[in-house]
Design a binder for this molecule. Structure first.
Ligand code: RUG
Length: 808
């Protein structure tokens, strides 16, 4: 949009005055933030309204991305940037003698997601809008986001994240679009008088779902979409009638985000959350479709619903319910519409993360959903049995062994199932979802994850953005595949020096932050070795722990002096009930305490554990990263996206052949990545032969033995049972994630990394090649592939010449 500094200054003063009846000079940071936020939002209002009208007037196909988690990060800078007014805002605030950085600091971050899955959803919404595609988000407005992590005596302590305590400038409560969601009670079918059946509900708990809409402004205002988050309230009819217990039942629905992204036990509240946002979302989607005034059979032509993992899989029976019970369609027609509308993304092969619900609980909470799922299952068996026989058909049932299997429902009730990296999709096809692949081969496809270069480069790393632009021009910003042109600079000594300078500045910025937060002075000449992700045994932070202990002992005990200095940086939250993960945090923190205070080692080795890792912290850490640790056991990490973000910012990956590391390896070339450890086939063979004997490795590798012993022999002060439990996981419980097996090759590639760092020109060259090879991992491409292959959706405007993907 066009906005002069003069106009902005005038608007800001007015907005502030109208809101607070006072001059802006009297404002607190919170007030200034609120005034600025609402002003920027108001600049987007017209575009938002126009786009809404445009979608309806032109009966455009709209895509709804249903996700139980989103991690959008802060909005202020992003929205100003996408509107094209960030520089004007900066200049204007300077004129007003206000500090933008301080104002940005105030903005709360909506931590309404756990990790990769939620962040991916937000990247996709950003890209959808940037590409001019009508892609909206549908989720829950959790009152409390993911816990705030604090370290107390090295232990993780979880504090509530009350991110909505002050008015949130980016959202609009939309009362007129509220809908009612029914749960519990009884349901029975009676004749509807026109030859069919209709459900009769008794004693249900009725919940008013109120949407809060957040504008998703596309880069260069390509379009403006909606992130709709639902809040649960008492219906007007029940106001004053409900008892305390029922009120509580409603209130708790959007109180807390479920703080775990990998293990889902049968939690009734979680199921309520899932049905709540699914039912509200599907009702609102159908309401939107009705504005098109088209026959219902055209629903799949005008609507696509992508379900982000199985948490929203109830979209399938809910859409069926609406089409059967409210729209009075036959089962066959309703089913065809449902399958053609819904598509499913799988994000994990970990069996413990595959959602199932105990039948009794499910039936009691969602009786009509249960009836519909039973019928879907019955018809599935009836149809497939003659084609595939008993064993295959029964294995794919939705209801079996007393459980409802959500992944089975998601595959059977949709037209597309995709994995999130090519290796992951292969594993789905030939292993974890093999039977389904046999039945529905045409439904399976791969959509490798992507990340938005706007948040994870343009905004968080302006120094690098400027350098790239100076060297190759502006076009890469809208077409990230153009980043490859930067490869032409790999032998340009001047560019490599400039790149080094940018990295150093980012390292210094992070060091300053660490100093302010933890009082620790970190060595900016050392390699910044970064591992940022949820804490989980399969991601193997414990392997990195062994590596650091080994380094420490080489300096402290062996007296090695010729060792490349490194700062090990961690950011990770552990699920509150995940004991092992919390123990790893405690041990890393105590090791940090030991090492950082030991003057014999701390010029060579330091550890920083950044508290409360979240999107904003990532934006600080990623530009400063030199090594990106992606060390999960091969076959376990579906994709990873931190690997892509760090590569884009010039970090060199140390990783296994897992998830998207495999594709990173292919794009950047084997000389520019450090791969170690077993590959997926080796892991599989090892598993098939019944695991291995980790003791053999422990007993024959003195370095490894010494590092493991340090967990229990008092080397690390204040560590007792925590060290013992990790020790036991390695040696008593079979080392499920093969850390001992991979240790040797891991420490050897780390030594190669150290050697490379001695040659800064060569290091910078590899770093540059990583940046230049990161273009294909832009979420713009990923979303374009979803749009073309799965959604059949097109952008609102004609493709411009320089546009990322031509949809024509
Ligand atoms: O663990 C996966 C990551 O590998 C992946 O990159 C991310 C986005 O696709 O999703 C993560 N994930 C998987 N988060 N939750 C789950 C299980 O529901």
């Amino acid at each position: 949009m066009e906005l002069t500094t003069k106009q902005f200054v005038k608007d800001f003063k007015e907005r502030y005055f109208n809101k607070y009846s006072n001059e802006y000079t009297t404002g607190t940071d919170e007030q200034l933030y609120y005034a600025l936020g609402t002003l920027i939002r108001s600049y987007a209002s017209k575009g938002w309204k126009n786009m809404r009208d445009n979608y309806i007037d032109n009966r455009r196909k709209q895509v709804y991305y249903f996700s139980i988690e989103f991690l959008p990060g802060k909005f202020l800078l992003k929205n100003a940037y996408n509107l094209g007014i960030l520089e004007t805002v900066k200049e204007g605030l300077k004129e007003l003698d206000l500090d933008l950085d301080r104002i940005v600091e105030i903005e709360p971050e909506p931590a309404i997601g756990n990790g990769g899955l939620g962040r991916l959803a937000s990247c996709y919404l950003d890209s959808g809008a940037a590409l001019g595609l009508p892609v909206h988000g549908n989720g829950i407005r959790y009152k409390y986001g993911l816990f705030k992590q604090k370290f107390v005596d090295g232990h993780q302590v979880e504090l509530p994240d009350n991110w909505l305590k002050d008015p949130y400038p980016w959202e609009i409560r939309n009362n007129v679009s509220a809908v009612t969601v029914r749960m519990g009670g009884n349901v029975w079918m009676r004749e509807d008088g026109i030859g069919g059946l209709e459900p009769v509900y008794e004693d249900t708990l009725d919940i008013l779902a109120v949407p809060y809409d957040n504008a998703l402004i596309g880069y260069n205002e390509a379009t403006t979409n909606n992130l709709r988050l639902w809040s649960a309230e008492v219906t007007p009819e029940d106001e004053g009638k409900l008892d305390k217990h029922s009120r509580l039942q409603i209130k708790e629905i959007n109180e807390n985000l479920y703080p775990d992204d990998t293990t889902y036990e049968g939690k009734r509240l979680r199921l309520k959350q899932e049905y709540f946002f699914v039912s509200a979302g599907v009702q609102s989607v159908i309401r939107q479709f009705k504005k098109y005034d088209l026959p219902r059979k055209q629903i799949p032509d005008k609507i696509a619903i992508q379900i982000n993992d199985t948490h929203p899989a109830l979209v399938i029976p809910e859409l069926m319910r609406i089409l059967l019970d409210e729209e009075k369609l036959s089962w066959e027609r309703a089913w065809e519409i449902t399958v053609n509308t819904v598509a499913y993304t799988n994000h994990t092969i970990l069996s413990e993360a595959m959602e199932t619900w105990e039948i009794g609980m499910f039936k009691e909470l969602l009786p009509r959903m249960y009836q519909i799922i039973e019928e879907i299952n019955r018809r599935h068996v009836q149809e497939q049995l003659p084609l595939y026989g008993r064993s295959l058909t029964y294995a794919t049932q939705i209801i079996k062994d007393g459980q409802i299997h959500m992944a089975h429902l998601a595959i059977i009730g949709s037209h597309s199932t995709n994995g999130v990296a090519s290796l992951h999709t292969e594993i789905l096809k030939d292993d974890s979802l093999k039977q389904f692949y046999e039945m529905f081969p045409h439904r399976f496809n791969n959509k490798t994850n992507g990340i938005t270069q706007r948040r994870f480069l343009h905004l968080c790393n302006p120094g690098l953005t400027e350098l790239i632009t100076k060297k190759i021009g502006n076009e890469w910003k809208t077409n990230p595949s153009e980043l490859k042109i930067f490869k032409g600079q790999e032998t340009n000594k001047q560019t490599l020096k400039e790149l080094e300078k940018v990295k150093l500045a980012n390292k210094k910025r992070l060091a300053k932050y660490v100093k302010e937060q933890q009082g620790l002075e970190i060595n900016t000449d050392a390699i910044f070795d970064v591992m940022i992700k949820r804490l989980h045994a399969y991601k193997r932070q414990q392997l990195q722990l062994l590596h650091i202990i080994d380094r420490y002992l080489r300096i402290k005990v062996d007296g090695e002096t010729d060792i490349q200095p490194r700062v090990f940086i961690f950011g990770a939250k552990a699920a509150p009930g995940y004991r092992f993960a919390k123990q790893v945090i405690k041990v890393i923190n105590e090791l940090a305490n030991l090492i950082n205070h030991d003057d014999e080692v701390n010029d060579k080795l330091q550890i920083v554990f950044i508290e409360n890792y979240n999107v904003s912290k990532a934006e600080y850490i990623i530009p400063a990263a030199e090594i990106s640790e992606q060390i999960s056991l091969a076959g376990k990490e579906a994709s990873g996206t931190g690997n892509m973000k760090m590569m884009l910012n010039g970090a060199i990956t140390v990783g296994t052949m897992d998830g998207a590391n495999v594709e990173i390896h292919d794009y950047v070339g084997e000389d520019n990545i450090y791969i170690f450890g077993m590959d997926r086939e080796e892991v599989r063979d090892m598993n098939w032969s019944g695991g291995y004997n980790p003791r053999e490795f422990y007993e024959t590798n003195p370095r490894l033995q010494r590092a493991i012993n340090a967990l229990v022999d008092g080397t690390i002060p204040n560590v007792t049972h925590e060290g013992r439990d990790i020790y036991d996981a390695f040696l008593v419980h079979g080392d499920e994630y093969y850390c001992l097996k991979d240790f040797d090759s891991f420490v050897h590639v780390q030594e190669d990394v150290d050697k490379l760092y001695q040659n800064k020109t060569e290091w910078n060259r590899k770093s540059l090649l990583n940046i230049a090879s990161a273009g294909p991992f832009s979420s713009d491409f990923a979303v374009a592939r979803y749009a073309t292959d799965i959604w059949n959706a097109r952008p609102v405007h004609k493709a411009k010449k320089d546009q990322v993907v031509s949809f024509d």
